[in-house]
Design a binder for this molecule. Structure first.
Ligand code: PMP
Length: 385
């Protein structure tokens, strides 16, 4: 023992760092990445974009990432056209992944003597980021009425009133359960959480089923509302590390107090801009991924498992007698999925059709011993496995 443990902040002692396994297996469906590689024409443009800034790396990058904010604002305005949303560059903030953007929010609006409320199970970094900035985390509950993972308006509002948080995290579509939240819940939480910054984490928004409006439509007139997004999922740009948010310009301005100087490197800004110029091409895989997601839900149901309806690029499925054992059995067959710590459930990312085939074939093989006895249902149709 070096004694470092004794010097560490007390609240960090004995804590395990966050991190999904990065195993080199044939089918990696554990971190909700987009399985499709960046298309060759975008690779070329990204290469040119890096070359264009290389000679100027002796200088700090544009601290205000002006061009990138304009491009992100245009992207949000464009893709929300059906719902008549206009996002201006002043409303946009970005970071190295949406995790950093979430951290900026917690650093600015959380901290010691402040509380953050989320509704578990949701994205596990919300409590970790809150805690790392000394914010007290309140583990709110889902499933207080109706389906096991649903968050009803009444329950959300009651929990907000009870805890009077400074920050509220909503996640829609929710990771790990997959379902999107009705905007009525967001509106009601915002109204009830009178002193809170309300964050709607929309990392998976582009995968939502048709007719699922974004909380971007609620921004106007709500100066404490924030919508966070990322290029890591639908955009197939997880390695590029670019997350962003939209909110009232005054809120965005406050984030300048906590960011590190020049936090977005020149190559990051440049390659993100290149990717945004090719948004249509990068997002071209979204429909086929949604098809795989729906196929997973359908086929797992046929196998007698209990998938949760999903608006994201992953499916949480239950009905397993021993989820840790099923996780290992899948890994033995070259398929890596995520054990999110919910007993009897696992989460699988919707990848390419071939990856989906491999996952479903492995599940079909394992199902007879994996399914909890009460959940066994007749498997009548295995077409497409
Ligand atoms: N929010 C949610 C709900 C996520 O699932 C993730 C990634 N798993 C993130 C935010 C963070 O992603 P990134 O930092 O890559 O933008």
């Amino acid at each position: 023992m070096s004694g470092i443990e004794n010097l560490l902040r007390e609240d960090l002692r004995g804590v395990t760092p966050y991190g999904a396994p990065q195993f080199d297996v044939p089918v990696r469906l554990n971190t909700n990445e987009n399985s499709y590689p960046v298309p060759p024409e975008v690779v070329e443009e990204i290469t040119r974009a890096v070359a264009a800034v290389a000679a100027d790396l002796n200088r700090y990058p544009d601290r205000e990432f002006t061009d990138l904010r304009a491009a992100l604002a245009a992207y949000l305005t464009d893709t929300s056209r059906d719902h008549d949303v206009t996002v201006t560059p002043e409303q946009v903030w970005a970071g190295n992944g949406s995790n950093e953007v979430l951290q900026h929010l917690v650093l600015a609006f959380g901290g010691p003597d402040r509380t953050a409320l989320g509704f578990t199970p949701a994205y596990s970094m919300h409590p970790i980021i809150s805690g790392s900035a000394g914010t007290t985390w309140v583990d709110g509950l889902r499933g207080q009425g109706g389906e096991p993972f649903d968050l009803t308006l009444e329950s959300a509002v009651a929990q907000v009133r009870e805890h009077q948080p400074h920050l509220v995290f909503l996640c829609s579509p929710n990771n790990p359960t997959g379902t999107a939240l009705g905007l009525d819940v967001v509106e009601a939480v915002y109204a009830a959480a009178e002193r809170a910054i309300v964050v709607v984490d929309e990392a998976y928004a582009e995968f939502a089923r048709r007719g699922t409006p974004s909380a971007l439509t609620l921004l106007e007139g709500r100066p404490r509302l924030v919508v966070t997004r990322t290029m890591s999922k639908a955009f197939a740009f997880a390695g590029g590390r670019l997350g962003y948010l939209a909110a009232d310009p005054a809120l965005v301005d406050a984030l300048r107090l906590v960011r590190l100087p020049y936090h977005l490197s020149a190559p990051t800004q440049s390659i993100a801009l290149a990717a945004l110029r090719h948004a249509a091409s990068l997002l071209g895989t979204v429909e086929v991924i949604k098809e795989q997601r729906d196929r997973i839900v359908g086929q797992l149901t046929v196998l007698g498992l209990e998938p949760v309806p999903s608006d994201a690029n992953f499916v949480l499925f239950g009905g397993l007698s021993d989820s840790a054992q099923t996780w290992r059995d899948l890994l033995d067959r070259g398929v890596l999925v995520r054990d999110v710590g919910i007993p009897h459930y696992l989460r699988v990312t919707a990848g390419t059709p071939a990856e989906t085939d491999a996952f479903l074939a492995a599940m079909a093989e394992i199902a007879p011993k994996a399914i909890a006895p009460k959940a066994i249902a007749p498997a009548t149709d295995r077409s497409g496995l």
